[in-house]
Design a protein around this ligand. Structure first.
Ligand code: AR6
Length: 188
C-alpha cells in the first residue's frame, strides 16, 4: 500500500516524476489537483463514486455539469472541484460491461487516455482515478485493472518528460490486491 508520507512528498513536488501510485480509501479525500469521476452519459450524478464526488463537492458541481451537455462513453469532460480538495474533476464515462462486445476494452482504455490528455491540457500533474466501470457497470475487476494499468503506463511512457503522478484509488483492500496481482502477472 502507498505510504502516506511518500504520497504527500510526491504531491508537494511542483513536478512529480511520472509514476503510478496506489491509495486505499475514499477518492474524494485525496489532496491531488484532479480526481476522476466514473460518471454516466448524462453527467448529472448517480450512485457509487459519482454520488460520493457530488456529495463532497456540493451542488455547484451539478450546476456546472448541467452546462456540459453530457459525455459520450470513453470520453472525458472537466469541471471545477468546488468543496473538494481537488481543484478539478474530470468526468469520464466507462462502458457497461458486456463480455461479448470487444468495444468494451477499447472504451475503457479510452476513458483513461482521454482523461490524461485532458489533464495535460490543464497543466495538471497529480491525478487520481477510481477503478472505472468496476462497480455498477459490472466490468470484472481484474480485467479492468489490466486495461487501466496498461493504458496509464502507455500514456506515461509516451509523455516521459511531463511529470504526472497517477494515483489509482482503491475503495477496498480487495481492489488494491487486484491491481498488485495484475502488476505481478504483467511482469512475469
Ligand atoms: N472512492 C474511490 N472509489 C470508489 C468510491 C470512492 N468514494 N466509491 C466507489 N468507488 P461505480 P461504474 C469504487 O459503481 O462501475 C454511477 O451511478 C467502486 O468500489 O462508482 O463506472 C454513475 O452515475 C468501484 O471499484 O462506477 C454511473 O451510472 C469503482 O469506484 C455508474 O455508477 C467504480 O464503481 C458508473 O458505474
Amino acid at each position: 500500500m502507498l505510504d502516506k508520507n511518500l504520497l504527500k512528498m510526491v504531491l508537494d513536488a511542483s513536478k512529480p516524476n511520472n509514476h503510478i501510485y496506489f491509495d486505499v480509501g475514499d477518492i474524494t479525500k485525496l489532496d491531488v489537483e484532479c480526481i476522476v469521476n466514473a460518471a454516466n452519459r448524462s453527467l448529472l450524478g448517480g450512485g457509487g463514486v459519482d454520488g460520493a464526488i457530488h456529495r463532497a463537492a456540493g451542488p455547484e458541481l451539478l450546476a456546472e455539469c448541467r452546462t456540459l451537455g453530457g459525455c459520450h462513453t470513453g470520453e472525458a469532460k472537466i469541471t471545477g472541484g468546488y468543496n473538494l480538495k481537488a481543484q478539478y474533476v474530470i468526468h469520464t464515462v466507462g462502458p457497461v460491461y458486456d463480455n461479448d462486445d470487444p468495444k468494451c476494452e477499447k472504451l475503457l482504455r479510452s476513458c483513461y487516455l482521454s482523461s490524461l490528455e485532458l489533464a495535460k491540457q490543464y497543466d495538471i500533474h497529480t491525478i487520481a482515478f477510481p477503478a472505472i466501470s468496476t462497480g455498477v457497470y459490472g466490468y470484472p475487476a481484474e480485467k479492468a485493472a489490466a486495461v487501466a494499468l496498461t493504458a496509464v503506463g502507455k500514456w506515461l511512457s509516451e509523455n516521459e518528460d511531463y511529470g504526472m503522478a497517477v494515483i489509482m484509488s482503491c475503495f477496498s483492500e480487495r481492489m488494491y490486491e487486484t491491481y498488485q496481482k495484475v502488476i505481478r502477472s504483467l511482469h512475469s
